[in-house]
Write a protein that binds this ligand. Sequence first.
Ligand code: HSE
Length: 311
Amino acid sequence: VEDGVHIYAPATVANVGPGFDILGFAMNHPGDEMLIEKTKAAQHIIIDSSGAGLPLGPEKNVATVALDAMLGQLGSKQKFQLTFLKKIAPGSGIGSSAASAAGAVYGANVLLGNPFTTTGLVPFAMMGEEAASGSAHADNVAPALLGGFVLIRSYEPLDIISIPGPEQIFCSVVCPEISIATEKSRKILKTTVPLEKAVTQCGNVAGLVTGLITGNFRLISDSMHDVIAEPIRSFLIPEYENVIQAALNAGALGCGISGSGPSIFALSKDEDTAMMAGEEMDRVFASADIGSSVFISPVNKQGIKLLPEGT
Ligand code: HSE
């Protein structure tokens, strides 16, 4: 490694089923590319080559906030130039800010000789999420960094656990062309949960994690329900009920809002079903005159990776 690295940071689905704030996974695509280079400039430089409308001021950009958290811990004065080629639309609910924040610290860590493990980068990337949404959640940044399904067993202290999923499991994500700010969709949530709902949610989280580890598709399917955040947030998404029903009719194991929405994801046990579920979900948005994009992908096992030099 010399003075720059080119990385790929995948999209992620957070809030998997009942796993609000605690369970996410990475997709193979879409994903962002970033070029991260050391610079002698007095402050970080941000270049947006994708026209995504990213904040270019270092104090406002999620990537530089995350970078500064990391550099502060190291006591380093090094500055970086970050060139973004974003493919993950901001505000779409598939971890756009997470890819930027996690990608920046991953690349900078490589250029600094890997002072941190990949898991050790999660808290810094979380600072970027906090800048973007007012909450330092890890259910996008941890799977973006590590790949696969990741459980945040605890926030204080932070305890990140990779959960092995079934060898064959595919996801379909439909992103309608509306944007929802995570900050806003967190504010509408209630801060207390009735005991009965807490019990249901705990049972489903335990069931989902057990189902993923043992490859029990029936258990995954039975457990993919969120009774805490999704019933409230679903009102922000037009056609929500119909989209969910369309995915289930197509044979998906389960589905739900991806992150804080508006994207909706489904998990399926084979690629054909995932394609069908994606098409059917897309059709519902189309029939309501809402444009949308569909992504079908296996669960990404690797997380953020370096791209070969010269690409
Ligand atoms: N767990 C976070 C939330 C994910 O629901 O606010 C945001 O993508």
